[in-house]
Design a protein around this ligand. Structure first.
Ligand code: HEM
Length: 477
């Protein structure tokens, strides 16, 4: 979503936010008719730099309402949750995914989503549940970092392996070895599919789909990756069918196979939707958590005093060999606050994901707009809302601590969005972030390689805001 935010490929969060907020209190005004001719990318720029609470732009004949600031976003996402529960499909996503799985809208989406939520909840329970899987991956990750023996390395690859293995265990019921060729191709496929749309080729595809379908170019490679991902899931489904035990479902595919057999005339549970639901979870659950963890370690390099405080707190509360549970966050308020601040400050989804109005709607922030209107709840403007954060442009864990050092939440903490379409993997992502981060900081102190004095906190614009590649030293302590 973030491609056009600043008109440059590499940007500073602070600079973007400042511009947005300095101009925020201009009187709200609908987009003048003459602006309708302005290319959408320029609207994007305007929306980000000078928008009041609500800003209207046009994509061809379709109005796009941009909601800015906590009040407007909350009103849209929570008070009008049902009305804004549609998801607009760009030509690129329509050609790749069709109207299936979690990316769909209406009845299909409702059924697939409800199933996904219930299954993720069921898989979270019990000894062999989700938390246990995350603890196992955290153990592997610590071992891999330890093999670097304090020498400089890029943490991205081991982190993406660990995170991808968690979601694979959830959907397929097993993990992959880091050397497995299919696993590595799957990770590449997720990366290409996620980041493609915000590239110039992605924009061209959405602008001229009929033409682009027949032209060579990187988009054809992305379709190949997408086919690879779908085929990998289909093979897993086949294996599940061969060893299937209805009474003992172990993973999401097992649960889905049970769902398909249920006799319900309104059911949308079929193999196509099953494959797409699994692909959606692989896409949603890999790059997001990986990127947040990469930011987390980068912030620890930038703020060694904060790293030290986390380590001190953990040393005082946890036994050296104690298995870390998500529940332990309650005794580690400072660590918990740091993780929340990492999510807020890194704001990886930038302005968030667009929604579509499924029926005519009126609200106190905008008079009325018709079914089909695209709504962009600008999450950036919420997690950086001056009215809700003491100093949004500073990385400061005290945004989540009271004067006695107790953890306190903030209603404008919405990195996972809100309402009916809130991130389906929120609980899983929170558990992963806490367990991975706590295990890594208990085992290592992260330092800059010798001779490197600067930490680059600028992001690379794309569907997810990534840090620039970096190297660190993981020094055991
Ligand atoms: C730091 C980690 C994550 C962040 C910040 C994040 C953020 C988001 C956001 C902002 C949305 C858009 C919600 C909206 O439409 O308003 C979303 C949707 C979604 N996320 Fe996540 N997410 C994360 C991790 C995950 C994980 C681990 C999974 C998989 C288990 C996942 C799966 C999804 C799916 C499937 C959707 C689409 C939901 C729907 O349309 O009904 N996400 N996420």
């Amino acid at each position: 979503m973030g491609l056009f935010l600043n008109g440059s490929a590499h940007s500073s969060r602070e600079e973007a936010s400042r511009r947005c907020w300095e101009l925020k209190h201009l009187a709200p005004a609908p987009c003048p008719a003459a602006f309708r001719r302005v290319p959408f990318c320029l609207h994007y720029y305007l929306m980000y730099t000078c928008s009041p609470y609500v800003y209207t732009v046009w994509m061809g004949q379709t109005p796009v309402i941009v909601l800015n600031g906590y009040k407007a976003v909350k009103d849209g996402l929570v008070s009008h949750s049902e009305e804004f529960s549609g998801r607009p499909l760009t030509p690129f996503y329509r050609d790749m995914m069709g109207e299936k799985g979690n990316t769909s809208s209406g009845h299909t989406w409702k059924q697939q989503r409800r199933f996904g939520m219930m299954t993720l909840r069921s898989l979270g329970l019990g000894k062999k549940g989700l938390e246990h899987r995350i603890q196992e991956e955290a153990r592997h990750l610590v071992q891999i970092f330890a093999t670097e023996k304090g020498e400089p390395f890029d943490p991205h690859v081991p982190i993406v392996h660990a995170v991808a293995n968690v979601i694979c265990a959830v959907v397929f019921g097993h993990r992959f070895s880091n050397e497995d060729a299919s696993f590595n191709r799957l990770i590449k496929a997720v990366y290409f599919v996620i980041y493609f749309q915000a590239t110039i080729w992605g924009r061209m595809y959405d602008g001229f789909p009929k033409l682009m379908r027949h032209l060579p170019g990187p988009h054809q490679q992305v379709f190949e990756y997408n086919d690879f991902m779908h085929n990998l899931v289909k093979n897993e489904v086949q294996t599940h069918k061969e060893r299937w035990e209805e009474d003992d479902p172990q993973d999401l595919i097992d649960f889905y196979l049970i769902q398909i057999t249920k006799d319900d005339p309104s059911s949308t549970f079929n193999e196509d939707n099953m494959v797409q639901t699994v692909v959606d979870l692989l896409l949603g659950g890999t790059e997001t958590t990986t990127t947040t963890l990469c930011w987390a370690l980068l912030y620890m390099l930038k703020y060694p005093d904060i790293q030290e405080k986390v380590q001190k707190e953990m040393k005082a509360v946890l036994e050296p060999s104690q298995i870390i549970h998500y529940e332990d966050r309650k005794n580690l308020p400072y660590t918990n606050a740091v993780i929340h601040e990492i999510l807020r400050y890194s704001n990886i989804t930038s302005v968030g994901a667009p929604r579509q109005c499924v029926k005519d709607t009126t609200s106190k922030f905008f008079t009325s707009f018709p079914k089909g209107t695209i709504v962009l709840p600008n999450l950036h403007s919420v997690v950086y809302d001056l009215e809700h954060w003491e100093n949004p442009w500073k990385f400061n864990p005290h945004h989540f601590l009271d004067s006695d050092g107790n953890f306190v939440n903030n209603e404008a903490f919405l990195p996972f969005s809100a309402g009916h379409r809130v991130c389906i993997g929120e609980q899983m992502a929170r558990t992963e972030l806490f367990i991975f981060f706590a295990n890594l900081l208990r085992a290592f102190t992260f330092r800059l390689p010798e001779g490197v004095n600067e930490v680059n906190l600028e992001y690379i614009l794309g569907a997810i805001l990534q840090p620039h590649p970096y190297r660190l030293c993981a020094v055991p302590w």
